[in-house]
Design a protein around this ligand. Structure first.
Ligand SMILES: Cc1cc2nc3c(=O)[nH]c(=O)nc-3n(C[C@H](O)[C@H](O)[C@H](O)COP(=O)(O)OP(=O)(O)OC[C@H]3O[C@@H](n4cnc5c(N)ncnc54)[C@H](O)[C@@H]3O)c2cc1C
Length: 508
């Protein structure tokens, strides 16, 4: 199977990588590192991706799972950034990952205030104009429009009845982890070597000048691994400053709550309510394909060094999210309605770390991502999941310029593994839910075991087997917290553990 991250492939990659010299070592298997590994491998560079835990173990799995056109950037007058987001959304929806991104209507109900929905309509129409101005934007999404009270009731039945609203459209990922896994498998299909469970402990910068390469030291399952790289891309997210101490990050925590969709009347649109006092920050109730709704998002500064452990929403954040959405609901949500919660750290960059001279670093703070060389190490940090491809292209352009090549990025036209045009996806002999997660691999996943892992949840045993055979899963957490998202509902996760253990015992 193309790009299969099987246990055998990992063993082979580990053997071949030890002591070797490669063009690029990428540190970090989140969306940024995965995108860089793919861009570099597709240009013909030799690439090794080292990830300390598992694919998408960091921030990339705690996002709102939106591929968004950047309405918030428009609110701040950042047209260039909004255009980049809209362009990348069109690339994902039209070419590289149509299987993973669906169109999602966002409802701003008049119940939030008529001035709020009127402002939302203006923003939505501006967003439509931006969409129409980028390649592939026309026809990718419906246009913003007003809806009447009946339609509000159909879209989000839990909203206080009797009033209309405004609907705009954006893109939603079936799951952020699925994007990262598809990227890494596609990179592997292009020749990238991939090692999870591989923590980069040091890059020896002193050796660079003499040999034209740097020594990279890693710990793989408790054993030391050393290899040489002509360039090292540090894509370690909020942990990037450990390898590049000059980079100063100001991480903030973003939290979501998880509830059963029926508590909001099984909505088909995302409910959108502004945070009290803000005109550009919203709380979204985002319906998922698996019968859950994620309610987010917050933005809380984090003091001190970012811990390795997952973030947790604070009590105040839970309160803020519930109070905001309750403003428009007929029957308020309470903490008793919550079946889970999650939080992640945003890798935000501090201006002073942008470097000292021209050519030394490029930082565009409005885009919130930074590219900065320190010897052989190029740090890329910040940005958004939506714009990972553009960031990766810029990063590998900088690497190629340093290494002295001319190869150009091909990723805007390179479909990820599982991608196919919509009619071909619709014709696949597999359940729509699997197609939205695995694309053209869905029939294979279905064949591996159509039985559900636990009653009341849609995930199948075939998904767990496929995760081990083709997606690099090695532990129960890989299976339940990343390849599938049982972990978002702790009670369901606990029930799934014995099945995951059984699958690992049989497959490894
Ligand atoms: C709450 C929240 C919601 C968001 N929602 C959206 C959204 O809806 N849409 C959108 O476009 N963007 C969204 N974002 C932004 C987006 O999620 C992030 O910009 C993106 O995921 C960052 O990816 P990354 O690869 O840079 O970092 P990460 O995903 O954190 O990846 C870094 C990786 O590096 C690994 N690592 C660290 N140190 C080492 C080491 N020494 N050796 C090897 N590996 C190492 C880590 O294990 C980790 O896997 C959201 C962010 C947050 C916090």
């Amino acid at each position: 199977m193309t790009g299969a991250l099987s246990p055998e492939r990992r063993r082979r990659d580990l053997e071949e990588v030890a002591g070797s010299l490669v063009d690029v070592v990428v540190v970090g298997g989140g969306v940024t590192g995965a995108g860089v590994a793919l861009d570099a491998a597709a240009r013909g560079l030799s690439v090794v991706l080292l990830e300390r835990t598992d694919l998408a173990a960091g921030t990339s799995r705690w996002s709102s799972k939106l591929v968004h056109g950047g309405l918030r950037y428009l609110a701040h007058g950042e047209i260039g950034l909004a255009r980049e987001s809209a362009r990348e959304r069109a690339v994902l929806m039209g070419t590289t990952a149509p299987h993973l991104v669906r169109r999602l209507p966002f409802l701003i109900p008049d119940a939030a205030g008529r001035d709020v929905s009127a402002l939302g309509a203006v923003g939505g129409r501006l967003g439509d104009l931006v969409r129409l101005s980028v390649a592939g934007g026309r026809g990718s999404l419906p246009s913003t429009r007003r809806v009447d009270a009946d339609e509000v009731g159909r879209l989000v039945p839990a909203v206080r009845p009797g009033r209309g609203g405004v609907v705009f459209w954006d893109g939603q990922l079936s799951d952020d982890v699925r994007l990262v896994v598809a990227l890494v498998r596609t990179a592997a299909a292009q020749g990238a070597r991939v090692l999870t469970g591989a923590t980069v402990t040091a890059v020896d910068r002193t050796s660079t000048a003499a040999l034209g390469s740097a020594e990279v030291h890693a710990d793989v399952d408790g054993e030391a691994l050393t290899l040489r790289a002509r360039a090292v891309v540090n894509a370690a997210g909020v942990w990037a400053s450990r390898l590049a101490p000059g980079i100063r990050l100001v991480p903030s925590r973003g939290s979501h709550l998880v509830l059963r969709a029926d508590r909001l009347g099984s909505p088909s649109a995302a409910l959108t309510v502004p945070l009290p006092g803000s005109r550009s920050r919203y709380v979204f109730a985002l319906p998922q394909a698996d019968g859950l709704v994620y309610l987010g998002i917050t933005d809380e500064p984090v003091e001190g060094p970012v811990p390795d452990d997952d973030a947790q929403p604070s009590d105040a954040e839970v309160q803020q999210l519930l109070e905001t959405v309750n403003q428009v609901l007929a029957e308020p949500l309470t903490r008793a309605d919550l079946v889970g919660a999650y939080a992640g750290y945003r890798p935000l960059v501090l201006p002073e770390s942008a470097g000292t001279g021209p050519g030394d670093a490029t930082a565009d703070l409005s885009r919130k991502h930074l590219l900065s060389w320190d010897g052989p190490v190029l740090t890329v940090v910040g940005g958004k999941l939506t714009t990972y491809r553009a960031m990766a292209e810029e990063t590998v352009d900088a690497v190629v310029a340093r290494l002295g090549g001319a190869a150009r990025s091909t990723t805007a036209r390179l479909p990820l593994i599982g991608a196919a045009p919509r009619p071909a996806l619709d014709a696949l002999p597999a359940p729509a839910r699997l197609v939205a997660r695995y694309g053209t691999d869905a029939p294979l996943v279905e064949e591996l075991g159509p039985d559900v892992v636990v009653a009341g949840r849609p995930e199948t045993v075939g998904e767990l087997r496929f995760a081990v055979r083709a997606e690099g899963a090695r532990t129960v957490a890989d299976l339940l917290d990343r390849r599938t998202r049982f972990g978002l509902v702790p009670e369901d996760r606990a029930r799934a553990v014995p099945v995951a253990e059984q699958v690992l015992a049989e497959e490894l």
